[in-house]
Design a protein around this ligand. Structure first.
Ligand code: TYD
Length: 202
């Protein structure tokens, strides 16, 4: 089973994934946690280029291609081998991030992004946990964590577009989307997510 976690900045994904991983182990379900962009040595190198605040001139198309390249490498090196061993894969961001950020907020369009993600498209997640949160709240949380990356530094209107993009995607991919309201404490977020996941995977 392949489960991805999506949401804007400061949505609590990272802490949530740790808790879900522990819950799966407690239920005797071996799992790995990983992230995008990155998750393997080569993909992490691509991540460095993508998130470097000095790369402000990177073209939107190049950005989308690099996210797709990092994704393909990570898929082949980490995700597919783990799935082949029957491990549950919990991935912090995947294809939907490219659709929401590059396709919708950068306006490249879903179709163009799907085309350049041809390899990932063959391996869609079974479930996508989308944490919906007001970007104003999320950015405040992310800012208090310290260092901001190139995409965090985009204007509020960009992050609002990202949220709209995710809400569009949740309609298109209704069957795999679990929408969780993220305007709550971390404990509450964990509890709600585990309750929803329990219904579909236990
Ligand atoms: P990261 O620090 O991992 O963000 P977060 O903690 O919010 O998950 O940075 C990844 C950034 O890259 C984040 O702003 C989302 C963005 N991104 C895309 O724009 N497209 C993509 O395909 C992916 C995977 C991430």
């Amino acid at each position: 089973m392949f489960i991805t976690f999506e949401g804007g900045e400061g949505s609590g994904k990272t802490s949530l994934i740790k808790a879900v991983s522990k819950w799966l182990f407690d239920n005797n379900l071996p799992n790995i946690t990983t992230r995008e962009p990155g998750g393997s040595e080569i993909a992490e190198k691509i991540r460095d280029i993508l998130l470097d605040v000095d790369n402000e001139n990177i073209a939107f198309e190049t950005e989308a291609l690099l996210f797709a390249a990092a994704r393909t490498q990570h898929l082949k090196e980490v995700v597919l081998p783990a799935l082949a061993e029957n491990q549950v894969v919990l991935c912090d961001r995947y294809l939907d991030s490219s659709l929401a950020y590059q396709g919708y907020a950068r306006k490249l369009g879903f179709e163009a992004v799907l085309k350049i993600n041809y390899f990932a498209l063959k391996h869609l997640p079974n479930f996508t946990v989308y944490i919906d949160i007001d970007p104003k709240v999320g950015l405040k949380r992310a800012g208090s964590r310290g260092k901001l990356n190139r995409l965090d530094l985009e204007e509020l209107s960009f992050h609002q577009k990202v949220r709209e993009g995710y809400l569009e995607l949740s309609k298109i991919y209704q069957d795999r989307y679990l929408i969780i309201d993220g305007n709550c404490s971390l404990n509450n977020l964990i509890e709600k997510t585990i309750n929803e996941l329990a219904k579909v995977i236990l």
